[in-house]
Design a protein. Structure first.
Length: 412
């Protein structure tokens, strides 16, 4: 029996074959993978996982591929850092940073989802990879497609950070800048996906792509000594990452790798694009689309595809949501760097800024085992902080000038 039973509509429950489909033909609800957990329970144990590769593929039994992994073989298994300095600053004893700043090969969590998506796309016979992206996804699709020898088209908004644009061009895909925001890009890609046989990782391959995010839950559980955290703080763009971390925790419980899951899942957004967090704070179970206006461009999705499910996840887990200003994003980036030596992109500033708020509100307690997810590297969004970190001291090569500049500061 195959470990993937079907694709199933998250709204009406209608099942479909495990092909390149993403929307229910009856109710237009999104599709996701339905697994045979009885078979997976027999094939997967703590010992088998620990004996597996040092990558996300150690969890391949819970990932939507039929054969072995072929693309993105080094993605995942990033550090879980016990953030003692930041924890002391915030008043938390058990704070951990899940650091996907160092994910391979393009330094963001998107390497996880793309590894899974393109491995599955190859199984389905696709030769061309494509995506709609706010930056990190395009970088990852371009890199993985290059490694796989696939043709590649990436579609991005026309105002992305320079490092992310370069991070596409270096791999020689067709980079298409759209005069508009991410929602405009995504709309165009949905139309193109209906016309061409391309593997759009976050359109027709989305049910498989999204499953790669579960590995951020799996790894944290293993790295914490096979226990679920009390609290997680997750940045939200489409909302998919947050929902899949919750799904991953519950799958580990379902197959017997965890006894209990009582994790509170907390969502973080930038105020300039916070439709999900705003709905939460207003007490609504639905969001209102917005026009993005924030420095956190990787989270700038004004009409989030999984916004409803993110709200549902936070309610089920008894978590919370909040949003931070652009100034708070910058302060969050600096705080993480100056306490833990981790340089995160703007999404990381959103996570740390929101974590700080939730602690002040009492939603996260001193003794809670808390994991903050940092999803991308700060070298990609240097523009956000370049004017707020000061300038180097410039002196001639003279000991006298050094002493005049620093005095006793340098004596230690």
């Amino acid at each position: 029996m195959a470990k993937m039973k079907a694709l199933i509509c998250r709204e009406c429950g209608k099942e479909y074959p495990t092909e390149a489909l993403h929307v229910c033909e009856l109710c237009f609800g999104p599709l996701e993978v339905k697994y045979n957990y009885d078979e997976i329970r027999e094939a997967m144990s703590r010992a088998s996982i620990e004996a597996g590769p040092k990558s996300l593929w150690r969890y391949k039994e819970l990932l939507p591929i039929e054969g072995g992994p072929t693309i993105g073989l080094h993605a995942g298994m990033t550090p879980l850092v016990h953030a003692k300095n930041l924890g002391a600053f915030l008043g938390l004893d058990e704070l951990y940073i899940k650091n996907d700043c160092v994910n391979q090969p393009t330094l963001s969590f998107k390497d996880r989802v793309v590894a899974v998506a393109l491995t599955r796309a190859r199984e389905l016979g696709y030769e061309t990879a494509a995506c709609a992206s706010t930056g990190n996804l395009a970088n990852s699709v371009a890199a993985h497609a290059a490694q796989a020898g696939m043709q590649c088209y990436v579609f991005i908004p026309g105002d992305l950070e320079a490092a992310k644009v370069l991070g596409n061009l270096i791999y020689r895909p067709k980079v298409v800048e759209i005069e508009g925001n991410y929602d405009d890009v995504n709309r165009l890609c949905s139309e193109i996906a209906g016309e061409r046989r391309w593997a759009f990782v976050n359109v027709n391959i989305r049910p498989y792509y999204a499953e790669g995010s579960k590995t951020l839950a799996f790894e944290v559980v293993e790295q914490l000594g096979w226990r679920a955290p009390d609290q997680v703080v997750v940045p939200m763009a489409s909302g998919s990452l947050l929902t899949k971390i919750w799904k991953g925790l519950n799958e580990f419980q379902k197959i017997g790798l965890l006894k209990d899951v009582s994790t509170k899942v907390n969502g973080a957004q930038a105020e300039g694009c916070s439709p999900i967090a705003t709905a939460y704070k207003d007490g609504r179970d639905f969001f209102k689309p917005v026009k993005p206006n924030t420095i956190a461009k990787s989270l700038a999705i004004g009409n989030p595809a999984d916004g409803y499910y993110a709200l549902k996840t936070v309610a089920e887990s008894q978590g919370a949501m909040d949003a931070v200003t652009d100034d708070e994003v910058i302060e969050g980036i600096k705080l993480l760097a100056q306490t833990e030596g981790i340089f995160a992109e703007t999404a990381g500033g959103v996570t740390i800024g929101t974590l700080r708020k939730l602690v002040k509100q009492g939603a996260i307690k001193k003794h809670d085992v808390t994991v903050a997810y940092i999803t991308g590297n700060g070298l990609k969004t240097q523009e956000a902080v370049v004017d707020s970190v000061g300038r180097p001291f410039r002196i001639p090569p003279s000991l006298v000038k050094f002493e005049q500049t620093f005095g006793q500061q340098g004596a230690a």
